[in-house]
Design a protein around this ligand. Structure first.
Ligand code: UDX
Length: 458
């Protein structure tokens, strides 16, 4: 199938590369010359496990290309994905400027053959498909002076649920595919596009072997609005699960319970499920915060106060600063103390700093007058580039961050941190204080190593 994808960002790149690898002919449409140049050199503009080799293979086999000339390619595409950024505006609402530009370009390039499915892949506010329709018409009208026939195209919603770090795996082996459209022919077209995934009939790429037991993928066919809502509801539920774990952690530590045991005890109940119940400094990343804010704004626009959504966000906001309270309890004044921070990425496996809890913690440490020395295996370059305002020292290694520090805060649970013996941490820290924001270490082992150790909720 001929497919074009607006936006060579996270979602667009992964979707485009996977669809090309499955045998479709994909053109990425991108405005940034820098990204185009990188991709043409078979290099990925973002860090994502396995993406670079997938891109290179698809480009070499002639199934994937990239251009900035939208109008020349969109006209011949059977499926057009809009996967551009929708950054939050100051009030939390999503900025649809790039979606509009894409939709206008689609309208300008449209000529009725083939019939086209325009798919919103970007997470857009509920009801945005209607806007895309209007913008497509505007684009066509600019060129032809009249509206296009409504027979020629339809706008569908097909949200992605991919996690950074496992995006290719999540695209090939999703828990479900959600297709929202008001026209049966559009649903048929998208089912055809995804058939290799739905039926698991493709040869798995070497980097992403098929997990045992995955023989097919369920599809949820629904109307457009419900599909848009599914994306927000999924992220809101996951964020709520984490905030719930954090709230129970806060009660657990007051009564003397261990949150890790408590969550294991509830997670084995199949109605609850054990994932996304890790207590700590809370959630961050490009999606949860933005989507929670957008869903809250939508609810309020319709005169509904979403109390649970507010509570989930409130718990998360406070949770980030809990490690500072712990630090103050152990160290008393933080002013003039040297604090090591391990991990700045919002989670392991990525160099992404968007809405990272570590940044809130570092800002607060600096505000309190601490000297902060940070280490992250891959995200330090981004920290240097994106937050030059943060006056922190950059360490060359995890051990190096500890030298001369009074205390260590762990903000991201990179697996490589487990390779450093607790005894080494105890030796290097002048006061041996460890505040574990991700319940990464075993408290007993840490104490035996001579550390003054505090986790979250235990
Ligand atoms: C998320 C959704 O999982 C994905 O489906 C959606 O498409 C985009 O948003 P992502 O942002 O990549 O994906 O990260 P995810 O793995 O979900 O983690 C989000 C945040 O929650 C991270 O900061 C992580 O550290 C935190 N988290 C996760 C917890 O604090 N506890 C947990 O138990 C799980």
């Amino acid at each position: 199938m001929r497919v074009s994808v607006f936006g060579a960002g996270y979602v667009g790149l992964v979707t485009g590369a996977v669809l090309a690898d499955l045998g479709h002919h994909v053109t990425l449409i991108e405005v940034s010359e820098e990204k185009i140049a990188l991709i043409n050199q078979r290099r990925s503009p973002i860090f994502e496990e396995g993406l670079e080799s997938l891109l290179a293979r698809s480009i070499d086999q002639g199934r994937l290309s990239i251009t900035n000339d939208a109008e020349s390619v969109v006209g011949s595409s059977e499926v057009i994905f809009i996967a551009v950024g929708t950054p939050p505006l100051p009030d939390g609402e999503a900025d649809l400027r790039y979606v509009r530009q894409a939709a206008l370009a689609i309208g300008r390039g449209m000529h009725g053959h083939p019939r086209q499915v325009i798919v919103n892949k970007a997470t857009v506010p509920i009801g945005s498909a209607n806007l895309v329709e209007v913008w497509v018409q505007d684009g066509y009208r600019e060129v032809h002076g009249r509206a296009p026939s409504s027979e020629w195209y339809t706008v569908a919603s097909n949200p992605e649920f991919l996690r950074e770090g496992t995006a290719i795996f999540d695209t090939l082996y999703p828990d479900r595919i959600v297709l929202g459209a008001d026209e049966a022919w559009a649903i048929d077209r998208l089912q055809e596009l995804y058939r290799p995934i739905l039926e698991q009939s493709f040869e798995p790429p070497p980097e992403s072997p098929r997990p045992n037991g995955v023989t097919s993928v369920p599809v949820v066919v629904t109307d457009r609005i419900s599909s848009e809502m599914i994306k927000y509801a999924a992220n809101a539920f996951l964020a709520t699960k984490i905030s719930f774990a954090n709230e129970i952690a806060n009660i657990s530590e007051r009564v003397g319970a261990d949150i890790v045991q408590v969550m294991r005890g509830i997670g084995l109940d199949q109605r609850i499920g054990g994932r996304f119940l890790n207590a700590g400094i809370g959630w961050g990343g490009s999606c949860f915060g933005k989507d929670m804010a957008a869903l809250t704004v939508t609810a309020e626009e319709y005169g509904y106060q979403p109390r649970l959504l507010h509570a989930t966000q409130d718990v998360n906001r406070e949770q980030r600063l809990l490690v500072i309270k712990r630090l103050q309890e152990a160290l008393k004044p933080v002013k003039g103390r040297r604090i090591a921070v391990w991990g700045v990425a919002f989670k392991p496996g990525t160099d992404d700093l968007r809405d990272a809890p570590s940044l809130t913690i570092i800002e607060e440490l600096l505000r309190l007058g601490a000297r902060v020395r940070v280490y992250d295996p891959i995200a330090l370059d981004n920290l240097r580039r994106l937050r030059p305002d943060l006056e922190v020292e950059f360490a060359d290694s995890a051990e190096d961050a500890l030298d001369g520090a009074d205390a260590l805060i762990l903000a991201t649970e990179w697996p490589s941190f487990a390779e450093i013996p607790l005894a080494t941490i105890a030796d290097r820290l002048t006061r041996g204080i460890v505040i574990d924001g991700r319940n990464f270490w075993d408290p007993e082992a840490a104490r035996q190593a001579g550390l003054q150790y505090r986790g979250i909720g235990r």
